[in-house]
Design a protein around this ligand. Structure first.
Ligand code: HMG
Ligand code: MG
Length: 308
């Protein structure tokens, strides 16, 4: 196969779902509400159109997200799709009260992870989501579904791709418009990703799938490239590679958005995001966290600008 024909199989445009303010900050030391508001506003200025802005979960389980209501109330971004995690009806009602127009429900392809994360079995989670979906439907809110541990589980090890397919199909049947496939602990490799899509794509249209890869073993970009080649055109990522997972010890953050944008630029794929502004948003939130971005692209851009 020639290089040109390979590039022809890639999507021409990719939608980035920026999860740094939620998935990232849920597992960093707490920052102020104003830091979060500034971050989300800067991401919007950089051209990001889909931003997960918070989580309406128990503050006892994830204290870093306890101010999600205040964060969202302080935002005025009519051109941005602000989304939030809503694990149950209580979360959905709270998110709706501050004007969230897209909910995210989340379960897993691994029973043990589901229990640790949301304190119920996979089947119980699907039942619980029924009320969230009904509430969303009556309020004209669309719902995204996450499936965690699609390439491995911190408690159960290998995860069967058929289980991933079954859980994804249940969420789609409930009414989710898209399933975000989470490599929660960042253990997958390109072969795993291909094998997963071999099982999913005959049953689920690629337009209903997104990838959400954490970068613990440094495989996220390669795995994203593998997914792009299977026609996946929605990628979740976190500015500066923020975060980890509170219920997956040792897992690092999502792939850095800056690194994904650089990859897309190199492939000639449209994304609508200003890389310099994005990197600057990453440096600002990292300064509040007293750390450096976990993005090679961001670090390289910084070195380049200080050398000039
Ligand atoms: P539970 O204890 O089973 O629920 O928690 P409950 O209904 O018995 O309620 C217990 C307490 O939580 C009560 O308060 C409720 O009011 C409160 P208390 O009476 O003890 O004072 N509560 C809530 N408070 C605020 N908002 C709510 C809410 N619901 C109950 N919505 C629950 C069940 C799901 C709430 C809990 O397990 C929880 O919040 N878990 C946190 C899950 C989480 O946020 N995990 C991290 C995000 S998922 C992730 O990172 C993976 C992802 O990125 C994809 C990937 O990488 O794979 C998405
Ligand atoms: Mg995640």
């Amino acid at each position: 196969m020639s290089n040109t024909s390979l590039l022809n199989e890639l999507p021409t445009q990719v939608r980035i779902v920026e999860v740094g303010a939620r998935d990232g900050l849920q597992n960093e030391t707490a920052v102020t509400t104003q830091d979060k508001v500034t971050l989300i506003n800067s991401l919007a200025t950089a051209g990001i159109k889909d931003i997960e802005a918070g989580a309406f979960v128990s503050p006892k389980w994830v204290p870093q997200m306890a101010d999600s209501m205040d964060v969202i109330k302080a935002l005025d971004l009519p051109d941005v799709n602000l989304t939030a995690l809503t694990p149950n009806l209580k979360g959905a009602e709270a998110a709706h009260a501050v004007g969230i127009k897209e909910f995210a429900i989340f379960t897993a392809a691994s029973e043990a992870f589901c229990q640790k994360n949301i304190n119920c079995s996979i089947d119980e989670s699907i039942t619980r989501f029924g009320e969230v979906m009904a509430f969303a439907k009556s309020n004209n809110i669309r719902v995204r579904g996450y499936v965690s541990c699609v390439l491995g589980c911190p408690y159960e090890g290998e995860v069967d791709p058929i289980k991933v397919r079954e859980v994804s199909q249940k969420l789609l049947a409930l009414g989710c418009y898209e399933i975000s496939l989470g490599d929660t602990i960042g253990v997958g490799t390109a072969k795993h990703v291909d094998e997963l899509f071999d099982v999913l794509l005959p049953h689920i249209d690629k337009s209903h799938l997104a990838v959400h890869f954490h970068d613990t073993y440094g495989q996220a970009l390669t795995n994203i490239y593998t997914a792009l080649k299977r026609g996946i055109a929605t990628v979740d990522s976190a500015v500066a590679g923020l975060g980890g997972c509170p219920y997956a010890k040792g897992a690092s953050g999502n792939v850095a958005t800056e690194d994904v944008i650089y990859l897309l630029q190199g492939l000639g794929i449209e994304h609508g995001i200003d890389l310099e502004r994005l990197a600057s948003a990453g440096w600002s939130i990292c300064s509040a966290l007293n750390k450096q971005p976990v993005s090679k692209v961001s670090l390289a851009l910084k070195t380049q600008s200080t050398d000039q």
